[in-house]
Design a protein around this ligand. Sequence first.
Ligand SMILES: [Mg+2]
Length: 396
Amino acid sequence: MAGDMSRAIIHVDMDAFYASVELLDDPGLSGQAVIVGGLGPRGVVATANYEARVYGVHSALPMSQARRLCPQARFIRPRMARYRELSVSVFSVFREFTPRVEGLSLDEAFLDVTGSLKLFGGQQAIGRQLKEQILARTGLMASVGMAHNKFLAKLASDSQKPDGFVFVQPGEVHAFLDPMPINRLWGVGKRTAPRLKALGILTIGQLRRSDISAVRTVLGNRAEHFQRLSRGEDEREVQVLRPDKSISNEITFDTDLLDRTELLAELLRQSENVSRRLRAQELMASTVVVKIRDANFHTVTRSGSMRACSNITRTLYRMARAQFGSWRDKHRTTPVRLLGMGVSGLEPENAEGKARGDQLDSRSEQSLDRVFDRINQRYGDAKIVHGLALRRRKDS
Ligand SMILES: [Mg+2]
């Protein structure tokens, strides 16, 4: 079966989003290489504009390497609040064409426009209008990929960046996919690709035409799945929901608490709980909220936003402690009846370039490293290697 071709799926991806916003807000940067990311000794590149990419600078590259490759670039710390503001405008454009929007990050989404084709004059007409409306309202450029499934739409939007506009018709699927290297297939990672290459399978077309039993020797029971992808078949639905807008917890004490150390210990426990739930859902948060109710049932909340998102216990706890402290300094003798801690401003962990708060703050990363070091000393390197390997498996 060749898969359902009756759907109309569009993938929209803003071009070099963070860097483009910086250029938008500071026209003096125009024509220059612009690199946005953590500027500390352990920072990484979140986004580089196309002028910088020419020098080999790309997302997730250590900033120290980016500085060597492109020393003349302008280096800028991310301004997440501003990116989120523009993201809201971009997503409001999406929702004018369909309610079926699956956001992947601040600047990227799948749209199922099957039900809107008649209203707006067809899939390519919608793609054009999306680009035009985004540009008109934000001054930013988007690349658009159109096809009958998510897999093809995503590859289509990637294939002609920046300012891309690519429609893959059902009859063109093989011509579009066949020349691409196999690592463009979702799930073919750094470990699988060399093993396929050893079989002489370097392109998606070669995988499509390969004998399934040979492919099985490398991919096992995933062989059929990857061969379906190589034929351009992908049945996954556009998932409209991102269920959690915030994650929080709170506790009412049996007896009101006054002791600062005990209160901070509770705050740390809650930060651990919240950050663990974030990591389990592969989310990060930018805002930390602390809720305090005193013995007289008077409730206050204190919130603070971080420069970039994080799901690291230490980073979230430090923010929560600061919020709590700002209240405690003015209410030193007030017993606390209820204490809560939560996060909002959630976004996927793999949002553009992973501009993580902890990478912007070298101190917390270093202290995390010290924890790793201690575990390694105690148990040998295998523990940490094992953990990193698991994490990579999740990424690929
Ligand atoms: Mg993008």
